[in-house]
Design a binder for this molecule. Structure first.
Ligand code: HEM
Length: 449
């Protein structure tokens, strides 16, 4: 690396707490301002620790793909998630991560995913059956319940909604890691009420997943099916996975998979409620392709639905930023990044950068039609490189299936604020309910077979 390469520029905030104040006030504006005022690779300080924002698609690609071996998940994340999922796929590194990724991969092969679609559809139908003409529904509430249910049924073969242990632990864990709250920066050993509740609920959840695995082991292997839980139990019995790894992976999949997908659906429905013309076009595609009910083989043909989902994930990425730590000195976009630097990759600021997106705040699914001209990593809702989201296809299939089921029964319009407040929580959450008013489709309307 040449000696004239400098550390990325950036603001210097208040002494001691650095830019923490600005950052916790409006993290979205903070990264957009940092990008506009100091550049797409820029530095800032949080609690006296230097961090660099990586908001140039080429640099994002270098971190996630080209030079991925120069980065790891980092100490803050590893320490924070150690108790809940330290031995699971999301947190582990090196050979342990590689082994686990290979072990669980079969649960996410395309053919296997296709077999989940009927469960996804049934779950979505059960949700829609509880809705009525004229009802105003809180979208995030319903989608969270639906996606949790789908995960439980498809990956673990259980009805998790019947068991309050899972939903209560989910709330406690998400509250513990709610980065919009000051105390999430504190170590989880401090006995704050949030942390005490988190410990209690996490213990309950771990006992629950241990019991679930134990029950599965009582069945002979040939009668166990091949869902994720059975795959994990098989590796446990072959001593290729520890009890702790099995438990942490079950917790990992429950948490990595349900809130993210629920938010993806929530924001897609928000965008569709605001754009009746896009809603009508989608309904037409769904009627034409799916007929009576959506099936796995229909999903690849739902091209406009795919574009709508991509555009909603661009505007409202459920994972709005994530971290890496440099394991050696590297050069990014002409800047020197010393070993040990914490990097933040903010999807929010990249997905809304006018350099890559015309009229970036507008909902315009057709930007994903045909040959798109944005750099590949200007859109990375599922991360990228070897550690990209293993549940990406699962999530896309689930979103399409749920949307197709809802749109074949109802039209809807927005019943809450057009631009809801957003909260930089563990994921990008609405700060207030997003509500839609439902209108049952006219039975005389022709469904194209
Ligand atoms: C719209 C829905 C989803 C979004 C936006 C999303 C986003 C992401 C992102 C950005 C990452 C990479 C994080 C990083 O590199 O630090 C990731 C990783 C991961 N996701 Fe997802 N995800 C979604 C759905 C799912 C689902 C449905 C599952 C499981 C069924 C899942 C399981 C995981 C796991 C286990 C990892 C860690 C992979 C590894 O490190 O090898 N995700 N996800």
């Amino acid at each position: 690396m040449s000696s004239d390469v400098t550390y990325p520029p950036g603001p210097r905030g208040l002494p001691v707490i650095g830019n923490t104040v600005d950052l916790s006030r409006d993290i979205f504006a903070f990264f957009e301002e940092l990008r506009d005022e100091h550049g797409r690779v820029a530095s800032y300080e949080v609690f006296g620790t230097d961090a660099c924002m990586i908001a140039h698609p080429d640099a994002v690609q270098q971190v996630l793909l080209d030079d991925h071996d120069a980065f790891e998940k980092g100490e803050v994340l590893t320490r924070n998630l150690a108790d809940a999922m330290g031995e699971g796929l999301f947190v582990t590194g090196g050979e342990q991560w590689q082994n686990q990724r290979t072990q669980v991969q079969p649960a996410f092969y395309r053919n296997r995913l296709n077999t989940y679609v009927p469960e996804m559809r049934t779950t979505a139908e059960e949700t829609v059956e509880q809705w009525r003409d004229g009802m105003v529904v809180d979208v995030n509430h319903w989608m969270t319940k639906t996606t949790m249910d789908v995960l439980g049924r498809t990956l673990f073969g259980v009805d998790v909604t019947e068991n309050p242990v899972v939903s209560e632990a989910s709330d406690a864990i998400l509250a513990r890691f709610d980065t919009s709250r000051f105390w999430s920066f504190l170590p989880d050993r401090l006995p704050t009420p949030t942390n005490r509740r988190y410990r209690r609920k996490l213990d309950d959840l771990q006992t629950f997943v241990d019991e679930l695995a134990q029950q599965r082991r009582q069945h002979p292997p040939e009668n166990r099916g091949d869902d994720l839980l059975s795959i994990l139990v098989g590796f446990l019995e072959a001593s290729e996975l520890t009890q702790e790894e099995l438990r942490d992976n079950m917790v990992t999949f429950l948490f990595a998979g349900h809130e993210t997908t629920a938010l993806g659906l929530t924001y897609t429905l928000l965008c569709l409620a605001q754009h009746p013309e896009e809603q009508a076009a989608l309904r037409e595609e769904i009627d034409t392709v799916c007929g009576e009910a959506v099936a796995a083989e229909d999903l690849p043909e739902l091209e406009q639905t795919e574009r709508v989902i991509d555009e909603a994930l661009r505007l409202y990425p459920p994972v709005y930023m994530f971290f890496r730590e440099a394991t050696r000195d590297v050069e990014l976009e002409g800047y020197h990044i010393p070993e040990g630097t914490t990097l933040v990759l903010p999807q929010w600021a990249v997905h809304r950068d006018p350099a890559w997106w015309d009229d970036p705040k507008a909902f315009c699914p057709d930007r994903f039609a045909g040959d798109t001209d944005h750099p590949e990593y200007a859109h990375f809702p599922f991360g990228g490189g070897p550690r990209h989201c293993i549940g990406m296809r699962f999530a896309r299939m689930e979103m399409k299936t749920v949307l197709a089921t809802i749109l074949s029964e109802y039209t809807f319009e927005l019943a809450s604020k057009p631009n809801p407040d957003l909260v930089a929580s563990t994921n990008l959450k609405p700060g207030e309910p997003i509500e839609i008013e439902l209108h049952e489709r006219d039975d005389t309307e022709e469904v194209v077979q």
